[in-house]
Ligand binder design. Structure first.
Ligand SMILES: O=C(O)CCC(=O)C(=O)O
Length: 379
């Protein structure tokens, strides 16, 4: 089915992209069309999801290996907790999968924000209209042949009403281990995000600082990050007090609007003082060629290039152009080397939950590599 034409307000214009390249973030753009937001579309879906999880009705069948175990002791189905289900929910919620993978706006922003410097230079020669105007509205893009972009992960970021929950100052590159030019987080608002709701705060221009050292504060009260990771004190102080070089900007959003930030951008968010929960979905987008790790990226490691094996969802480009990452929404049919597409069709369905579990296990393997058992827990 052809994608619906983009509305004027959704067109990615050169000014926004130049702003992104200069500051490392876009504080607000409309991702979900206004007309699609009627009837509390996003928040309603989210509420039903939460209610179902809270009722304990989400159950995971045991893996086929367990079912066939020789012990003859039946293995009980388990109910994964919210702290896990909030990750990669697009794999078992068809509405969420379609919202992301079907979004022309997300695709246009993704492929434009993740251009390499060479690709950017090449595109300087294209006119604004060709690149970002009429062609986009017609569902075409001049840059569609560039490197594919994948959804590396998604996570619901929920700060309960009037809670002290916060995210300390950090960079998304730290544990994802992708560089700033390889990854961008698009943060989609599911509720109104006012000044008092603890919006995401960016330090503009901080992406130019590259990877900064972080300290861990595991178990720090209220910190919603898995390891309480925070930029090292002295470095953070230098950035915090330099409002001239790194101005603070808050992502104040209405439902359906989104912000975007480069994986190297220093950001945080403070307590939610509103009487309602603050709800957003962080969509982590990565260039498909980021699966190829070079020796430089591996701290002090002289080993030859190797591939990352994270499971990811293809957003733009062709499955055959993705090397290293394993695709969640495309697979090679055995025998005839033909790519087939996959999408979730049943909410919390058996097959859907099995795919989700496979991806979560792989994500944890990559994210917690080298950590002890006790620390392998998502918040
Ligand atoms: O939801 C928040 O307030 C912060 C989330 C965040 O740090 C991120 O999405 O990278």
């Amino acid at each position: 089915m052809a994608a619906p034409p983009l509305q004027e307000e959704n067109v990615v214009d050169r000014a926004k992209i130049e702003h992104y390249q200069r500051t490392g973030c876009i504080p607000c753009f409309r991702m979900v069309e206004r007309r699609a937001m009627e009837d509390d579309f996003l928040h309603g879906h989210y509420q039903r999801f939460r209610t179902r999880v809270a009722s304990g009705a989400v159950s995971m069948s045991p893996a086929p290996d367990d079912e066939g175990s020789s012990s003859n002791i039946p293995v009980a189905a388990c109910s994964p907790p919210w702290s896990e289900l909030r990750f990669k929910a697009h794999l078992f919620l068809p509405w969420l999968f379609d919202l992301l993978v079907g979004s022309e706006v997300l695709k246009r922003y993704a492929e434009t924000m993740l251009l390499t410097e060479d690709e950017q230079r090449e595109l300087q020669h294209s006119s604004v209209v060709e690149l970002h105007g009429e062609e986009q509205k017609a569902g075409k893009s001049k840059i569609k042949d560039s490197t594919p972009v994948v959804i590396w992960s998604t996570d619901f970021c929920v700060k309960p009403a009037e809670s002290k929950a916060f995210f300390s100052w950090h960079q998304d590159s730290t544990y994802s281990r992708f560089r700033g030019d390889q990854g961008v987080t698009v943060w989609l608002a599911f509720s109104d995000v006012t000044e008092r709701a603890g919006p995401v705060l960016f330090r503009e221009g901080s992406h130019r600082l590259g990877q900064l050292p972080h300290d861990e504060n595991v178990g720090q009260e209220g910190n919603m990050l898995a390891f309480g990771q925070t930029i090292e004190k002295d470095k953070l102080e230098a950035i915090r007090t330099d409002e001239r070089s790194f101005p603070t900007v808050a992502a104040i959003l209405a439902p359906g609007e989104a912000s975007a930030h480069n994986f190297f951008v220093v950001h945080s968010s403070q307590a939610n003082q509103e009487h309602v929960d603050r709800v957003g979905l962080a969509i982590r987008l990565v260039r498909a060629d980021a699966a190829i790790l070079d020796a430089q990226q591996e701290d002090g490691c002289d080993a030859p290039a190797r591939l990352r094996r994270d499971r990811v969802t293809l957003l733009t480009g062709r499955p055959e152009d993705v090397h290293g990452f394993e695709l969640e929404n495309h697979f090679l049919e055995e025998g005839d080397r033909v790519w087939r597409a996959w999408r979730p069709t049943e909410e919390f369905g058996r097959e859907e939950m099995a795919e989700w579990k496979k991806s979560m296990d792989r994500e944890k393997e990559m994210y917690f590599e080298g950590r002890g058992e006790g620390q392998q827990k998502y918040k």
